[in-house]
Design a protein around this ligand. Sequence first.
Ligand SMILES: Nc1ncnc2c1ncn2[C@@H]1O[C@H](COP(=O)(O)OP(=O)(O)O)[C@@H](O)[C@H]1O
Ligand SMILES: [Mg+2]
Length: 248
Amino acid sequence: MLIAIASGKGGVGKTCLAIGLAQALAEAGRGPLLADGDLGLANVDVQLGLQPARDLGDVLAARCAIEEAVIHHPAGFDVLPGRSGSATLAAMDGTALVALLREQRRDVVLDLGAGLGVAQRHLAARADLLVVVASEEPTSLTDAYAVLKLHRRDAPDARAGVLVNMVAQRAQALRVHAALDSACRNFLGAGVPLLGAVRRDPKVPAAIRAQVPLLTRHPSSPAAQDLRDVAARLLDGAFSTPRHAEAP
Ligand SMILES: Nc1ncnc2c1ncn2[C@@H]1O[C@H](COP(=O)(O)OP(=O)(O)O)[C@@H](O)[C@H]1O
Ligand SMILES: [Mg+2]
């Protein structure tokens, strides 16, 4: 399954949730690949404290095989790092990356960049599931809706769901989801399921500062528990029932 993580807006938590989901899938025995699809502004390697010798740019330019660029993380998942400041990667439309990831015979978690450029849209449209990360901030909501709207246009039959991040309590996640769901119903013809919620948790920035994945650094923190719940729900396929979205 190719799972892409998008939000439109930056700073909503795409990269740290992508890392957390990859690790939660690893804990569930899936051995996933975490790929940095923020073309030109890579962050996954930074959050994990990796210093890649080879990266996605080398693979796509045929300077090395994907196996030479992939780094195995001791937390149980593999990382295909990107490269920050690469003009070549920044100019890509995502087609070559989709082809590369499709050859992987395993779960892939793809961390997308902010914005709604050609590459983000292409990568989102080709995913088996688009996870749209939103917070309760109005700008996050409008950007998440914009992502969902273009995704419906680009890939009318593809699956997408909302993951609410940085919530104080469950009711807040339900409000954020209800706002997006009703906008999608009213203007796009069908609602959007809630994939889950991740609590606001000071252990998240603490893990990023330590450059250690959250589920390793703070395995029983609230956000780590929430990420395991989301991963379990993704593996259950519960996200495929849009009209009966469950509470987080
Ligand atoms: N659940 C959370 N609780 C607290 N802080 C969070 C949470 N999720 C993300 N953050 C913080 O938000 C910031 C942006 O996260 P990042 O993963 O870089 O977002 P994006 O990839 O969407 O730009 C980071 O400093 C991170 O610590
Ligand atoms: Mg990011």
